[in-house]
Design a binder for this molecule. Sequence first.
Ligand SMILES: *Cc1c(COP(=O)(O)O)cnc(C)c1O
Length: 362
Amino acid sequence: MTVQRIHNFNAGPAALPLPVLEEIQASFLNFNGSGMSITEISHRSAQFDQVINDAIARARQLLKLDDSWHVLFIQGGASLQFAMIPMNFLGQGQTADYINTGTWSTKAIKEAQILGKTIQVTASCEDENFCYIPENIPCTPDARYVHLTSNNTIKGTQFAQFPETGGIPLVADMSSDIFSRPLPMDKFGLIYAGAQKNLGPSGTCLVVIKKDFLETANPDLPSMLKYSTYAGKNSMYNTPPCFGIYTIGLVFKWIQEQFGTLEAMAAFNQEKAGMLYDVIDNSDFYRGTAQKHSRSLMNVTFRLPTEDLEKQFVADALKQGLGGLKGHRSVGGCRASIYNAATKEGVQALKDFMISFEKENG
Ligand SMILES: *Cc1c(COP(=O)(O)O)cnc(C)c1O
């Protein structure tokens, strides 16, 4: 049976690689000959142990992590991390730096403030509607960490390089670009990502945390809000998000089999984003909303001459099998989310559509 699938440019939950969906479908009723679905087996079984350990091992291989790191799966999405990070790492009299590059950074700052923590917003690009990534960001000398959002899903900007912090650990929300490129892990104390952009279904957050950074965490917290609980129980203190972890492991396997390394993954993503920015740069009809040097390779945000044309663009695209192109409700315009799983054929189809739409309406 052939299934009619569209080219899906949704921002999140977002497209997953077709081979991953097919493998899930094939094994959904009978996982590994168990006679049970992956959603029916015990998280205390040897079978599930293998699932979670395989996912962790693949994450380690791709990110080139040694034994000084924990790889954790936590429920509550990226948004719970906005609160867990300051709860775990900011005690009395301690402070942290936050870089504000958009909606998600703003939310992370808000959660730290709700908790009554002392933080410094050391850079913000709100003055220009978050259309660029700030440079030469100062650090507070005794900051426990510097928090940033590596890719701004809504505004379409991305850190091309990470700031120098003089040894202060970076803590990064990488929800929308994790595993899209290699990372200088020595700069980080913790990275986290809600799964539904680049990794799997929503509901699971991947957290990679440096062991010596974890050792400095506040021990006086409820079990479910402490990283040490997850680190001490291989993320199985309570029932973990089994299906999410299974899918994330398959996505890692797909990256390894299709691309081998994150360097190759990054080259593929560069190529795809270049195809769309090329159309934008060679047109007076489409206007990119992010400054060129700050552009995201994951979320390509652009405007058309009028809001009516934007509506028509999104509707006509869908008729051609190109879905999810409406910008975030807070900013309007159009957005093509082209995460790892976006295919080159899909991006080429969008590019062709953009060119012909301009010819007809420009
Ligand atoms: C989507 C997104 C979030 C929110 O993730 P949830 O899992 O819904 O909490 C946070 N940060 C970034 C950068 C995102 O793209």
